[in-house]
Structures are given as structure tokens and as C-alpha cells.
Design a protein around this ligand. Structure first.
Ligand code: GLU
Length: 504
């Protein structure tokens, strides 16, 4: 049997971790078994639909590299088909028309609540005769179609994670299949599609387990073979609370925007509810495809721990090759308006001529200069240990792209150093640095010139103010490395600016 699985989101908001983890587990299972991974948009609940959700679902999958195998299916385009199958159930006495009004149903519910009974439809319309039905339809009384759940049956199915599940059919409501607006309910559309798409395994969150008996009954009603079910444990926040922003949980695209790497998120999500019974924590996608197994999914809920994600992200950042890291960092510098990437991506003509990221040029907004890939790479090399997320590049490296730095002059002082002494030392540094030829301007030469001076001034008293004058920051790489990248002209200019600042 060919393995075919589906990810079936409803477009009711931005896809979040729990939701996309379901997609990931399905995808891994498909890839591992040379099967198909299908995306189906369950958009029949018109009231709950949120615009742009669909785009965001696909953007999230694309960003994570969870590729799908067939043209995605949209349930809203298949309404005629669902109606045809409802007709079949009605004709075979497996479903019935229900004309009860929403007010009536509400009253019933309240009564049941008072009597501490589970809310269930009282089956008033279940045994209407043909004539009664025809009259009501003629009068245009709105109706829904409900499943005629068989009475007094014990039904059993096997869940690949939860094991054997038994239920008494009397506890299952005569659920609505077709709503009064003509749209199918989730239950109906989902099982018809799973059947027609030849889905072999339904892998989804635990929160759908209560729906599984309804689905089993529907398969029975159609006389179809049900797929295999696997209900994944949910992801909760620490303390067993429902996962929320408070725990650092965001939508997938928010993670993208905050500079997390897809590699880290994939690794992180895979470990939410699955582990291979070893101490291993780092898994590439390829490795996950090999090692993932439904049998090793835990039964208890998974706990979301943002610190682990941060740790994984730092790990993937540090081991990424520099070209790749540079390529991924550039858009984050562009987003905070420090640079503009050329050719501009939306420029079609430019894009055609574009031979890959190494041809990119970066226009520095504040100065009007343009640097190339290799120059940006040097900056990234210098700062990469200081960031845990791509978006932090602005915090640590903005000074490379600014014309004038903003900082408090107090920051220029090394341990109680007074103004006069700072001015004296900065001037000393400037005078000596200005003697270096442009061609010799590199960190080794700079060190060679400046270090002997520290015998006189003290190391901190010379290098600290120098470094702050170049960066405006409390922490950064050494002044030699920074000055090499800034170049002679800018370095001297920044030292002069610091001296001026101190003199005010
Ligand atoms: N549309 C449902 C959801 O949003 C799909 C549930 C299922 O996988 O059957 O999660």
C-alpha cells in the first residue's frame, strides 16, 4: 500500500508551532516511506476563516522546506462533491434531515446542562417520515443533515500511538454533516477527502481524538475502509498550561522574522513528542527522515521550552558556513534599513541577470557607499559569535553601517579614566595610525603599531576608548579587527569625532 498522508489546516489564523509540528511529522513519515505528503486546506467553515491565512500556511511550509507532492486541495471548491455523498447517505438511510431551529437546540442544551448530561441532539427529527420531510422542504424550512448514528453498538479502532480505543455508539451525537448554509462540516468533508485521496494514515493532534469515533462511524456508513489513525500528543507550555505567547510561543512566520533558522525549528519541533531513545539532540532533516518513527512518539504531552530552541538556534548558527550565514543575514540588515540589497529582488530585469548571492551588492544607506559580498562576509565573520538569532545582527554590527555613532561620552572612559587622559590617548592613537599606509592597513599592522604604545598608557586606557570610538558599544570585537574593516579613513574620522564629543 502506498503511504499517503495529509496536512489539513483550517485557514483560521497564522500557523503555530503545534500545528506545523503536525505537518512536520506527516512530512517525515511520507519522506521516510517514499510516500506522498499532501496539503489540504479545510476552508468550509466560512465564519472562522481569516484572510491571508492560506498564504501564511504555504509560506511557513516553504520556509521550513516541507515540500508537498500534489496540487493543494481546497475543500471550498468541492461542495458539489460533498453534497453528492450526503445524498448517498440519505438514500441509504444513514443520514437524516433535521429541521430543528437553533433556538430549540439551544434550549435543549441548557436543559441537559442543568441535568448534568452531556450535550446531545435529542433526535427529534430522526424518524420523520418522507411526507413530513417533503412538506418542510417545500415550505423552505432551513435544515441540516445529520448522521444516523447506530444505536447500542460497541465500536473499536486502533490508534497507532494510543492503542486500542473502544466506544459505545450511544455516547456519540447524531452529528451534523451538512450545515444549513450548504457547506459540509469538518467531519464529513474530511473523511470524504481522506477516502477519495487515498490517505493511508491520518496523523494529527490529540485534540482530534474525540472526533475519531465519529469518523469511524462515517466510514462505516459509507462502507469504506478507514485509514490508520495516529493521534499526536499535544504541545503544552510549562506547568501544563495551554501553549501561548507567554511561553515564547509564536507563529512560525514570527520565528522567521525574529531570526530563527528553519533548521533549528525543524529540529526543535521534531523533539516535541518524539525522541529516538538516545541522548542525541541535534538532528538534521535527513537524519530525521531516517530515524523518525511513529512507534517512538510519546504518549504524554510535550512541553515547549523556548530556551532549548534558542540553544539549538545558536548551535545551527555557529556551525553554518560563512557564505550561507552572510546570505541569510543580509535581509535582516535590509529590514532595519541599514542597507539595500542590489539588485532589488522585486526588480524582474535585475533578477534575471543575477547570478547568485555572491553578485549581490549592498548599498549602505547612511553613507551612500556600496560594499560587496566579501566585505559583508568579513563583518559577519567578526560578529557571528555574538548573535543567537539572525535579527540580532543589527544590535551588534550596526556601527559598521552608520555614519555617525550615538553614544554617551562616559562610555569612552576605561575604569575611572578622566576626559583629558582619554583625549590624550585617542590623539596618540590617531597620530600613530595616520602614519600607516592604506595598503598596510590590516589588523596585524595596527596591533604592531598600537601595542607598544600601551606600555606608556596602559592597555585598557588606550584600547578601550579607541574601541568605543569606533563602535559606540560596550561590547564588540577588538579595535584592530574593527578598524581593519572600517578602513583607515573611517577609523580616523571616528576617533576625531570621539575627541570632538569629549571637548564639548
Ligand atoms: N482542519 C483540521 C485542523 O485544523 C484538521 C484535523 C485533521 O487533521 O483531521 O486541524
Amino acid at each position: 500500500m502506498k503511504i499517503r498522508v495529509r496536512y489539513a489546516p483550517s485557514p483560521t489564523g497564522d500557523p503555530h508551532i503545534g500545528n506545523i509540528r503536525t505537518a512536520l511529522f506527516n512530512w517525515l513519515f511520507a519522506r521516510q516511506n517514499a510516500g506522498d505528503f499532501i496539503v489540504r486546506i479545510e476552508d468550509t467553515d466560512v465564519k472562522r476563516a481569516i484572510p491571508k491565512s492560506v498564504e501564511k500556511i504555504f509560506e511557513s511550509l516553504e520556509w521550513l522546506g516541507l515540500n508537498w507532492d500534489e496540487e493543494p486541495c481546497f475543500q471550498s471548491k468541492r461542495l458539489v462533491l460533498y453534497k453528492k455523498y450526503v445524498r448517498e447517505l440519505l438514500d441509504n438511510d444513514k443520514a437524516y434531515y433535521c429541521f430543528c431551529t437553533p433556538e430549540e437546540l439551544e434550549k435543549q442544551k441548557e436543559k441537559q446542562k442543568k441535568a448534568k448530561q452531556p450535550p446531545m441532539y435529542n433526535r427529534k427529527c430522526r424518524d420523520l417520515i418522507k411526507k413530513q420531510i417533503e412538506q418542510r422542504i417545500k415550505k423552505k424550512i432551513p435544515y441540516v443533515v445529520r448522521l444516523k448514528v447506530p444505536l447500542n453498538e460497541e465500536i473499536e479502532f486502533k490508534d497507532l500511538i494510543k492503542g486500542k480505543i473502544k466506544f459505545d455508539s450511544n455516547t456519540i451525537d447524531d452529528q451534523v454533516l451538512l450545515k444549513s448554509d450548504g457547506y459540509p462540516t469538518y467531519h464529513l468533508a474530511s473523511i470524504i477527502d481522506d477516502h477519495l485521496m487515498e490517505i493511508s494514515h491520518v496523523i494529527r493532534g490529540d485534540d482530534w481524538l474525540p472526533s475519531a469515533p465519529k469518523h469511524v462511524l462515517l466510514y462505516q456508513a459509507f462502507n469504506w475502509q478507514p485509514p490508520k489513525f495516529a493521534h499526536l500528543p499535544l504541545t503544552l507550555g510549562p506547568n501544563g498550561e495551554k501553549l501561548s505567547k507567554r511561553h515564547g510561543a509564536m507563529s512560525i512566520l514570527e520565528y522567521k522574522d525574529s531570526g530563527y533558522l528553519p533548521e533549528a525549528l525543524i529540529n526543535f519541533m521534531a523533539l516535541l513528542g518524539w525522541n529516538p531513545d538516545t541522548e542525541q539532540e541535534i538532528f538534521s532533516k535527513e537524519e530525521l527522515i531516517k530515524k523518525f518513527s511513529l512507534g517512538k512518539i510519546q504518549k504524554t504531552n510535550a512541553v515547549f521550552n523556548i530556551k532549548k530552541l534558542d540553544w539549538l538556534n545558536g548551535f545551527y548558527l555557529r556551525q553554518m558556513n560563512l557564505d550561507e550565514l552572510t546570505k541569510r543575514i543580509a535581509p535582516f540588515l535590509e529590514k532595519i534599513n541599514l542597507i539595500e540589497i542590489h539588485p532589488v529582488k522585486s526588480d524582474k530585469v535585475g533578477a534575471e541577470k543575477f547570478n547568485g548571492v555572491k553578485d549581490e551588492k549592498y548599498a549602505i544607506k547612511a553613507t551612500g557607499e556600496t560594499i560587496g559580498f566579501d566585505e559583508l562576509k568579513k563583518i559577519v565573520f567578526l560578529e557571528k559569535e555574538r548573535i543567537k538569532r539572525l535579527s540580532q545582527v543589527g544590535e551588534v554590527a550596526d556601527f559598521f553601517f552608520l555614519d555617525k555613532l550615538e553614544y554617551q561620552t562616559g562610555l569612552l572612559a576605561w575604569k575611572g579614566q578622566n576626559k583629558e587622559n582619554i583625549i590624550k590617548n585617542l590623539s596618540l592613537a590617531k597620530d600613530n595610525l595616520s602614519l600607516i599606509n592604506k595598503e598596510d592597513w590590516n589588523k596585524i599592522k595596527l596591533e604592531e603599531i598600537l601595542m607598544p604604545l600601551t606600555k606608556m598608557t596602559g592597555v585598557g586606557d588606550l584600547l578601550w576608548p579607541l574601541r568605543v570610538s569606533l563602535t559606540g558599544k560596550e561590547g564588540s570585537p577588538s579595535p584592530f579587527e574593527i578598524a581593519e574593516i572600517l578602513g583607515k579613513e573611517k577609523t580616523l574620522k571616528r576617533i576625531c569625532q570621539a575627541i570632538e564629543k569629549l571637548k564639548i
